[in-house]
Design a protein around this ligand. Structure first.
Ligand SMILES: O=C(O)C(=O)C[C@H](O)[C@H](O)COP(=O)(O)O
Length: 219
């Protein structure tokens, strides 16, 4: 069986270590993509997951890559190899899947852009682990067992790192980040639909800043 290269795993680890927060971004109005991402970057959050949940995702990735070279842009909600290739062509610097299929795990081994595969169970993990993957998204984090599940995973998989996502909020992000196998957490709480609809970019930047500041130890 082919295995994913060490450089891909290192790159994903580097990306997750760049910022402890990974906002999940879904674009409904294409005009909002760049100002929204600019606000997040201004707020100190420069790793971004732009989902392919809407038809604007790929174009948003293209535009944000061009407008904000300091951002690190990932494509989210990738569920098949065709979307993986489209995300790469749009300029995505990493790809995130909500779960694992053998097809996507194998495709990513020879793809130029590294994959952060989503797992929810030890069986999912073993599918990726056997192919050399050591960095995973843990989704849906809150309903799949939260911090207790991640502590349990650390026993059989001590060399694996996670980016938990799904149900995490500003108030709970720190609990996840306190775990030794978590470098970053993802979430859509950083991109509230109301602030985006109001084009309240200042509000988005402040929310990013406050979320980062909330992670600092008090005092
Ligand atoms: O779209 C995907 O690829 C996903 O895997 C789902 C998202 O990561 C979560 O839906 C974010 O969760 P919330 O922060 O609870 O909104």
């Amino acid at each position: 069986m082919s295995k994913v290269c060490h450089e891909h795993q290192q790159r994903i680890h580097q990306i997750l270590s760049t910022c402890p927060l990974l906002p999940v971004i879904t674009i409904h109005d294409p005009e909002t993509a760049v100002p929204l991402c600019r606000a997040l970057v201004e707020g100190g959050v420069r790793t971004l997951e732009i989902t392919l949940r809407t038809c604007h995702g790929l174009q948003a990735i293209r535009e944000v890559r061009q407008a904000l070279p300091q951002a690190i842009v990932g494509a989210g909600t990738v569920t098949c190899t065709q979307q993986y290739r489209q995300a790469e062509l749009a300029g995505a610097q990493f790809v995130i899947t909500p779960g694992v299929t053998e097809a996507v795990l194998d495709f990513a081994i020879t793809a130029p852009v590294p994959l952060l595969p989503g797992v929810a169970t030890p069986s999912d993990l073993m599918l990726g682990y056997s192919r050399g993957y050591r960095q995973f998204k843990f989704f849906p984090a809150e309903v799949a067992g939260g911090t207790a599940a991640l502590k349990a995973f650390a026993g059989p998989f001590p060399d694996v790192g996670f980016c938990p996502t799904g149900g995490i909020r500003q108030s709970t992000a720190g609990d996840y980040l306190a775990l030794s196998n978590v470098a970053a957490v993802g979430g859509s709480w950083l991109t509230p639909a109301e602030l985006i609809a109001e084009h309240n970019w200042q509000g988005i930047a402040e929310l990013a800043k406050a979320s980062l500041a909330g992670l600092e130890p008090a005092g």
